[in-house]
Design a protein around this ligand. Structure first.
Ligand SMILES: *[C@@H]1O[C@H](CO)[C@@H](O)[C@H](O)[C@H]1NC(C)=O
Ligand SMILES: *[C@@H]1O[C@H](CO)[C@@H](O)[C@H](O)[C@H]1NC(C)=O
Ligand SMILES: *[C@@H]1O[C@H](CO)[C@@H](O)[C@H](O)[C@H]1NC(C)=O
Ligand SMILES: *[C@@H]1O[C@H](CO)[C@@H](O)[C@H](O)[C@H]1NC(C)=O
Ligand SMILES: *[C@@H]1O[C@H](CO)[C@@H](O)[C@H](O)[C@H]1NC(C)=O
Length: 769
């Protein structure tokens, strides 16, 4: 009996560790400003729990929410994009009502029907784009009737949000708002009671206290502490608390920007010194990353200092420009402050200003330190307990059979918990997560058969589920695999740098002795070959879906060849390397054999022959030469398979003596292309015709690599119905020559004989770039 109780105790320790270390609910939020140069896919979203997409505005005529049409696309993809890296992230739509918009906001506020339009459209807009919440930014403190109306708005808003959740059966939207600094002496205020009740939290805008455009003496714009009379975050937060708002609903703002002032007297720097206004930029505002590069480029030996009393970084350039901002030290101190004072979290303004995620990582580190401290404590407690348990277990197992196995299992689970921290490791510069082997072992249920997704030349791919519920695909390279450490490193380095919706995303990796594992985003629909070559499933892929897949693969290849920073040759494009997401969008996977191709190299030579038979062009098989035309060739083969549903590994034709390419070419030459098509396909409603695809595919698989079109030309031929398409030559690996086909065909003057259009115009001349 005793050991059973003991086991229960252990189970409690192992499975409810948060009663010992509570860091789960801390809010790590950040504003993404859509006009900023970084795109949402560049955000390291695993450094955040919430991301705010800014800004939507209020229409002055009907008080509905609108998103600037030039920005709308960014908003529409935002949630899905940031979820790729961090599936548990929440996104929030931010509505701006400050500056020019404040008069619109105020006239909305005092009219019940206007408020209703505003509220309804805000919920509708947030839902439409898949956001998990709404933020109201820019509302300054108010007084009198406006103050009361703001209280009413928030109450009505919460009611509407609650009823929306009930009706839509979705999780209730988060409702948050930005609040600003208040002085003890201010008459203006916020409706604290209503805010406390109806909002999930308030972002305290803990910055811009002193700015060079308004103030004619220098000041720290975001000091945490200050001597009497100087506005600072600590006094601001205390004032909010005094007026009745509780700390555990306050989120501290972290500015990722600073201000540059022009000093009146050379060398007279510091706080409270006369200033002529902004320096460096129009309003003196400088993004953190710009500050860092400014110091590097113009600072001429300048180093910034940290004032630990005020918690701020600053520097002076050429005795005339004085800049104050938050560097790593200030950010860390502010996060500690938030933890120590029981605030709910922090909110970054704005993520695009970070310099290589230095500040966000620093903020995260402060929490990790706490976490590790708690974890260490827990480990000590557990180890002691375990030792006792083990001893007891050994003694008691004479009496109670099975106790030893129970304890072994518990020890195993304990190790899992203790190892889980490694999952968050973000050490190297490629931004990849280093997973612990144990984490992956658990996630894949010890690499069980049930979790197996597929098997390639390099090893088996398993489906896995992390502790937080995120699904992953784990590629375990077989120990005997041809992919050596070199290819492994190559794949990691390459894939980490490639980010495109039509490329599978690498999340991280793991190495342990002889084990090498790659962790990818999990795609629920497996790979294209599962559909194409299975008669029951291929019906699910109608022509519209196949066109979408063709377009996606084209875009992925275009990115690799033309739009990424380097030209990449995949070298193993095939149906089983085209994965499909839940909406059947294609993503190219498996970069194990990819090579960076110098932009100016025409072709390169290699001694190792790789690739999959059937997709490999002849110049590679024969001479080991590869160029971007390698992938064009594989693409052509893939295209033929997509339109026919046929494998490359079989022989076709009445005598079953033709490979797929020869068969396709013969039917096409004889004007019988339709016989080649998958009979279930119907292109009558599509702008993209199967016959045209077949012709483009045949161009891609021509023997001579110079004759094959580039991916840009392929894209253009597939998209523009009007674009001219050449007549393909005999495909690679044909046993027959031109003349043979002509002979087979018989009458060369037949109008259906396309082959004779020998005015050999090269494609690049016919297709405008
Ligand atoms: C605002 O609403 C009016 C009336 O519905 C509409 O005509 C106008 O286009 C809207 N403006 C914007 C910027 O959405
Ligand atoms: C829409 O965005 C453009 C470009 O960022 C900007 O110039 C314009 O002022 C914006 N319009 C509104 C109504 O916000
Ligand atoms: C609402 O406020 C606006 C200005 O903020 C004012 O012009 C209007 O008369 C007010 N309407 C009502 C019904 O109080
Ligand atoms: C600074 O601004 C204040 C208020 O705008 C003004 O009264 C004062 O004279 C200014 N001082 C200088 C040195 O310009
Ligand atoms: C740091 O800031 C405080 C408060 O503004 C100021 O009094 C102090 O002189 C500063 N210390 C240094 C070393 O600049």
């Amino acid at each position: 009996m005793f050991p059973t109780h003991f086991a229960t105790f252990l189970v409690i320790l192992v499975f409810f560790p948060h009663s010992f270390a509570d860091t789960t609910s801390f809010v790590k939020a950040g504003y993404y400003y859509s006009a900023n140069e970084i795109s949402s896919s560049d955000i390291k979203s695993n450094l955040f729990t919430h991301l705010l997409c800014a800004f939507a505005f209020i229409n002055s005529t009907n008080y509905n929410i609108f998103i600037n049409s030039s920005e709308e696309h960014k908003f529409s993809i935002f949630t899905n994009t940031v979820k790729l890296q961090n599936p548990s992230i929440s996104t929030i739509l931010s509505i701006y009502s400050g500056g020019d918009s404040s008069s619109v906001f105020n006239s909305m506020l005092n009219q019940s029907s206007y408020r209703q339009s505003f509220i309804d459209s805000s919920i509708e807009t947030a839902r439409k784009y898949g956001f998990h919440g709404i933020d109201l930014c820019g509302v300054l403190p108010k007084k009198g009737k406006e103050l009361a109306n703001l209280a009413t708005l928030l109450r009505e808003w919460r009611i509407a949000i609650t009823s929306d959740a009930r009706n839509s059966k979705k999780t209730e939207l988060v409702l948050v708002m930005t609040g600003y600094y208040l002085k003890d002496s201010d008459f203006i205020s916020y409706p604290f009671e209503s805010m406390q009740k109806n909002l999930d939290w308030v972002h305290f805008a803990a910055y811009d206290y002193y700015v060079p455009k308004k103030d004619n003496v220098t000041g720290f714009h975001a000091a945490l502490y200050g001597s009497y009379g100087w506005e600072n975050t600590d006094s601001g937060i205390k004032e909010w608390r005094k007026r009745g708002f509780s700390s555990n609903k306050l989120v501290i703002g972290l500015p990722y920007h600073g201000y540059a002032w022009t000093l009146v007297q050379q060398g007279e720097d510091g706080v409270g010194k006369p200033a002529f206004g902004p320096s460096v930029t129009m309003d003196g505002d400088m993004a953190y990353k710009f500050i860092k590069s400014y110091i590097r480029s113009f600072g001429d030996g300048v180093v910034s200092s940290y004032n630990a009393t005020a918690v701020v970084n600053y520097f002076t350039v050429a005795s005339t420009t004085w800049v104050n901002f938050d560097d790593v030290e200030a950010v860390k101190e502010k996060v500690s402050y938030a933890k120590k004072n029981g605030l709910l979290g922090y909110n970054v303004f704005q993520v695009g200003n970070d310099d290589n995620w230095v500040l966000s990582r620093a903020a995260q580190e402060v929490l990790d330190e706490d976490h590790h401290h708690n974890r260490r404590l827990l480990i000590i407690v557990l180890l002691t307990t375990l030792t006792i348990a083990l001893l007891l277990g050994i003694v008691l197992c004479y009496y109670y059979q099975g106790t030893v196995t129970t304890i072994t299992r518990l020890i195993y689970k304990l190790r899992i918990y203790l190892s889980a921290g490694e999952e968050d490791l973000n050490g190297n510069d490629s931004d990849l997560i280093v997973f612990s082997y144990l984490t992956l072992k658990v996630a894949t249920n010890n690499f069980s058969k049930e979790n197996k997704l597929g098997e390639g030349g390099f090893g088996v791919v398993y489906k896995g589920k992390l502790r937080k519920g995120q699904e992953i695909a784990v590629k375990r390279l077989s120990k005997t695999s041809k992919q050596g450490l070199e290819e492994f490193k190559n794949e990691i380095a390459l894939t980490a740098r490639l980010q495109h919706v039509n490329l599978v995303r690498l999340l991280g990796y793991c190495t342990k002795k002889y084990e090498k594992l790659l962790i990818y985003e999990y795609l629920p629909n497996k790979s294209l070959d599962h559909f194409l070559f299975d008669p029951r499933k291929s019906i699910l892929l109608d022509w519209r879906k196949r066109v979408n897949i063709i377009e996606g693969v084209t875009q992925g290849l275009l990115y690799l060849q033309e739009y990424s920073n380097f030209t990449i040759i995949h070298r193993d494009l095939k149906a089983s390397n085209v994965l499909l997401d839940h909406e059947m969008n294609p993503k190219i996977s498996d970069f194990g054999m990819a090579r960076i191709f110098g932009k100016f190299d025409l072709e390169a030579n290699t001694s190792k022959i790789v690739g999959t038979y059937g997709y490999v062009p002849p110049e590679y098989v024969k001479k080991g030469i590869y160029s971007p035309k390698y992938d064009v060739y594989s693409f052509g083969v893939l295209l033929l398979q997509i339109i026919s549903g046929k494998r490359t590994s079989c022989y076709y034709g009445t005598h079953e003596n033709m490979n797929l390419l020869e068969y396709a070419y013969e039917l096409w030459i004889e004007d019988k292309g339709v016989e080649f098509f998958d009979p279930s396909l119907d292109d009558t409603k599509s702008h993209c015709k199967i016959m045209r695809c077949m012709q483009v595919a045949l161009l891609c698989v021509q023997e001579n690599s110079a004759d094959r079109p580039s991916m840009l030309e392929v894209d253009s031929m597939l998209k523009n119905e009007g674009a001219a398409v050449c007549t393909p030559n005999v495909p690679a690996f044909s046993t027959k020559k031109h003349e043979d086909y002509a002979y087979d065909k018989g009458d060369m003057s037949n109008s259906g004989f396309k082959f004779s259009s020998i005015n050999d115009v090269t494609i690049s001349q016919m297709v405008p770039r």
